[in-house]
Design a protein around this ligand. Structure first.
Ligand code: HEC
Ligand code: HEC
Ligand code: HEC
Ligand code: HEC
Length: 129
């Protein structure tokens, strides 16, 4: 049998470790998916600045990762890849367009659907000099 004092010590330790655990959890929250803030695509026709975080953030346009990283299920967002993993630079077809066509279709297509943001023909709204 344990003595009263031993039990007190044991409970004390349990409470202490719970407390430390909560503190650590608060100080080091679980890893959120790595997410770029802003990216620049270098194109001779004019570089494109893409506000990655703003497109996703709830204080921005509130889009879901999967709206753009279209092959990922919700629990896979942390594994988001470059579009080039699948959309090649200089080869593509109707179904799997090449990289630049994939961008033009996805970026401008969504702006068209939302009726805001640069449309397909508004080249210089994306390609700045
Ligand atoms: C509006 C479209 C859009 C949304 C929404 C979006 N992304 Fe992206 N993301 C992109 C584009 C475009 C790239 C650049 C891909 C490239 O360079 O080929 C990118 C790149 C990335 C990269 C870098 C990949 C690499 O290895 O180069 C990560 C990581 C990433 N996104 C994660 C996320 C996460 C996590 C979310 C949701 C919280 C998210 N993205 C939401 C469009 C988007
Ligand atoms: C893991 C591979 C993979 C990655 C990464 C990927 N795609 Fe795709 N994409 C595909 C495949 C396969 C298709 C054709 C089948 C389909 O529609 O899913 C496709 C089709 C498309 C299409 C044409 C069909 C449609 O949905 O209208 C667009 C546009 C597109 N991708 C844009 C992008 C962009 C932009 C990115 C990066 C943010 C990206 N993709 C990342 C594999 C990928
Ligand atoms: C799934 C939808 C969606 C996709 C995909 C998307 N956008 Fe947007 N974009 C928006 C919305 C919504 C706005 C907000 C327009 C407003 O409120 O004025 C916007 C605004 C913009 C603007 C103007 C304001 C700003 O934030 O700079 C630019 C430039 C832009 N997008 C570039 C891009 C580029 C480049 C891509 C592809 C790499 C892209 N977008 C993909 C939805 C999208
Ligand atoms: C919604 C934003 C957006 C609009 C509008 C847009 N582009 Fe682009 N463009 C991009 C992005 C993003 C890329 C891809 C950059 C990369 O691959 O890194 C690109 C790539 C390109 C490239 C280089 C790809 C290649 O084929 O070698 C050319 C050229 C180009 N765009 C011309 C145009 C022209 C011309 C227009 C108008 C008719 C236009 N773009 C409209 C965003 C846009």
């Amino acid at each position: 049998m344990f003595s009263k004092n031993e039990l007190k010590l044991a409970y004390g330790l349990i409470i202490y470790f719970l407390f430390v655990g909560v503190l650590c959890y608060a100080a080091f929250p679980p890893k959120t998916p790595h997410e770029p803030i802003r990216m620049k695509f270098e194109v001779t026709a004019g570089n494109v600045i893409f506000e990655h975080k703003k497109h996703h953030d709830v204080t921005g346009y509130g889009l879901s990762c999967g709206d753009c990283h279209h092959t990922l299920a919700e629990d896979e967002y942390a594994d988001a890849q470059s579009c080039s993993e699948c959309h090649e630079l200089d080869e593509g077809d109707e179904e799997v367009p090449k990289r630049a066509d994939a961008f033009h279709q996805q970026c401008a297509g969504c702006h068209e659907a939302f009726e805001s943001g640069p449309r397909e023909k508004e080249c210089t709204a994306c390609h700045i000099r």
